[in-house]
Design a binder for this molecule. Structure first.
Ligand code: FMN
Ligand code: SF4
Length: 278
């Protein structure tokens, strides 16, 4: 089979697949059936839009087979008010219970993250998951070591980022680095995968949002993330390969407290661009 296969009995010649292809590699032939434009198959990004948008299940694509596409019986999937409450209910959780997060739930979170958008559908994010308390303790220790160095070498920045207080807290056994979370997700990707920094953020946001549906809480571990990017001992401890970079870190655990209110954010700032005044 070439890139696509058209079921001639099911194809209604509506051209939807051609219209939705983001890279415009599909064309309609003389018989109004879709086909790949000559020499263009290599540009398919495997996004699966052509297969997913066909109302007749008439199109198959080796890069995104019909058999692997789940059905979407209704759209939208949730009503807008529920969705907004869902989005607003995600908070950065910094107090966790001692319950460990079952590994199968971590896998479910990361499976959900695969559906995040990525430039040219490049995907490419993989994960290191740390869920052993001794390893989390070691990571905290390495981040504190790094902070001690930054406090000496870049005192202004260290102060701005509250590092002296975080190190003091660490020394008295209070964890302001990983917040005693029982699990840490580290998003990594090849350093030369250009869309990866944004993709990783989007993937981890999918994790954060989906986690709420499993009664889990999350919080970005920004200090540990920057440490892994700048302080070789942490990258070495994580056994990060030379060609891989850390692009995001997320604490995960069961929230100790339930939130009862949805706070406001800053007022929306929006400017409608007026072409006439340009
Ligand atoms: C940072 C970023 C930039 C993107 N830029 C474009 C773009 O310029 N044009 C476009 O058609 N799609 C763009 N996309 C969409 C991706 O191609 C799309 O997410 C990917 O093919 C997966 O398809 P899906 O989002 O429909 O699941 C972009 C996505 C991301 C995350
Ligand atoms: S999978 Fe995406 S890029 Fe490939 S032919 Fe279908 S719509 Fe076009």
């Amino acid at each position: 089979m070439g890139l696509i296969r058209v079921d001639l009995e099911k194809c209604e010649r509506d051209g939807i697949c051609v219209d939705v292809c983001p890279v415009h590699i599909l064309v309609l032939n003389h018989d109004m059936r879709p086909e790949v434009a000559p020499g263009m198959a290599q540009y398919c990004i495997g996004c699966g839009h052509c297969v997913a948008a066909c109302p007749h299940e008439a199109l198959n694509n080796v890069r995104s087979p019909l058999a692997e596409q789940g059905k979407l019986p209704a759209y939208p999937v949730v009503d807008s008010e529920t969705a907004l409450a869902f989005l607003r209910s995600r908070r950065s959780i910094r107090r966790y219970t001692d319950f460990p997060v079952p590994r199968e739930l971590i896998v479910r979170l990361l499976q959900a993250a695969r559906y995040a958008p990525s430039g040219h559908n490049s995907q490419g994010i993989s994960y290191i998951v740390v869920d052993e308390l001794s390893a989390l303790k070691r990571i905290r220790g390495l981040v504190a070591d790094w902070m001690r160095e930054v406090i000496v070498s870049q005192p202004e920045m260290a102060n701005r980022l509250h590092m002296p207080g975080i190190v003091r807290a660490h020394e008295r056994g209070e964890d302001l680095i990983l917040r005693d979370a029982p699990a840490l997700i580290v998003a990594i990707a090849p350093k030369d995968l250009r869309p990866a920094p944004i993709t990783a953020c989007l993937a981890l946001e999918y994790v954060e949002l989906y986690a709420t549906t499993l009664s889990l809480g999350t919080c970005w571990a920004g200090y540990a993330q920057v440490c892994a990017q700048q302080y070789p001992p942490l990258a070495e401890y994580l056994r990060l390969k030379e060609e891989m970079g850390v692009l995001g870190m997320l604490m995960v655990g069961y929230p100790r407290y339930r939130y009862h209110r949805l706070p406001e954010r800053n007022a929306l700032q929006i400017e409608w661009f007026d072409a006439k005044s340009s």
